[in-house]
Design a protein around this ligand. Sequence first.
Ligand SMILES: CC(=O)SCCNC(=O)CCNC(=O)[C@H](O)C(C)(C)COP(=O)(O)OP(=O)(O)OC[C@H]1O[C@@H](n2cnc3c(N)ncnc32)[C@H](O)[C@@H]1OP(=O)(O)O
Ligand SMILES: N[C@@H](CCO)C(=O)O
Length: 368
Amino acid sequence: MSLNLKTYTEHFTNPLYLESGRILEPYDITYETYGELNDDKSNVVVICHALTGSHHCAGTYDGDKKPGWWDNLIGSSKAVDTDKYFVICTNVLGSCFGSTGPMSPQHPHHNPYRYKFPVITIKDMVKAQRILFDKLGIHNVHAIIGGSMGGMQALHFAIHYPDFASKIISLATTHATQPWAIAFNKISQEAILKDPDFKGGYYESSEIAKSGLSGMAVGRMAGHISFLSPESMQSKFGREYRGTDGLYELFGKFQVEMYLEYNGYNFTKWFDPLSYLYITKAINIYDLSRGFDSLGEALQKVNAELHLISFSNDLLFRSHEMKEINDTLKAIGYKNHNYLDVQSDYGHDSFLVEVDKFEKYIKDVLNG
Ligand SMILES: CC(=O)SCCNC(=O)CCNC(=O)[C@H](O)C(C)(C)COP(=O)(O)OP(=O)(O)OC[C@H]1O[C@@H](n2cnc3c(N)ncnc32)[C@H](O)[C@@H]1OP(=O)(O)O
Ligand SMILES: N[C@@H](CCO)C(=O)O
């Protein structure tokens, strides 16, 4: 069957009360749907995206080179089967693909918010999605699935909206962002802030899309290292050297250097620097137990069937961080959960590239 890909933007005029105490008003949420909503609205699967993802998680727009970021998982007869499920993926607040973010006009003016944009938390991102689903008449969903920052959102749904989803699958994430991950984000943030072409936040988006932003590119290179692992770099590049420039030429490069340059500089053409600052901030301050006395107290709220999937060689959010959630659930006597540590050498981005290692698990959870 066809994927039935549709993209929408919903405009909200009611204030959104943020965790910080600030208010966002008005705001937009852009989202994409696949498949068909059934009559009793019981077949909804929500997908939550990571740091630089978007609502476009499957299928291809006309003229696109690449499909959505989880196209290997979502589609007709795939693990998240769009012949069966109505899939919704929203672009988070603070991002730059249609939902309100720092470069959106600050109502009632037409100028972008830039630094006047409020700090958004993972809890705020989830709250806005919940409001969107209410507006769509969807008050319960079959499942919520997300990796990395998407996994943080999935866990927030589990705690703050315990009866909203029957099943929750959270991959490659943590219960609270640890100093190692914050440190990588710090490099990216500092590199953006200190780039003269960032102009203290007063850059023109069109100029950056055309000429790039070298500070942001360098910061993303550091981030990208944290998405891989020594083993995946070894198998991707080894010590292969670029043929045209000799070993004794100062700027001759190893393949791994070419890879980081390409992915760093290319990134600045499709992602907004202020959004990067705001979303990495949301990731840094993410802590599932905020507002509770302990992680255990937070997890006592969970009512869904909860599945935790880590990747054995994830250097960004280590397996043991996910296992801590599992151990805490056990300690508080919660029975309806399972933990899977997928054996992988790839690193953090396994959840994007090694779908073959966990798709059956997801299919069984959804259909089981
Ligand atoms: C999770 C979400 O919600 S969405 C976010 C997903 N997107 C990102 O993470 C953005 C960054 N992208 C990536 O990290 C990767 O492309 C992934 C993880 C999405 C996919 O990984 P892979 O399919 O293994 O791609 P790979 O890492 O080999 O290649 C990435 C790019 O580097 C290029 N590349 C690969 N090897 C080299 C090299 N030696 N020299 C220069 N460029 C290279 C590829 O051609 C590709 O370019 P493209 O993006 O223009 O097609
Ligand atoms: N590489 C992915 C996952 C990061 O956690 C991204 O950039 O969104």
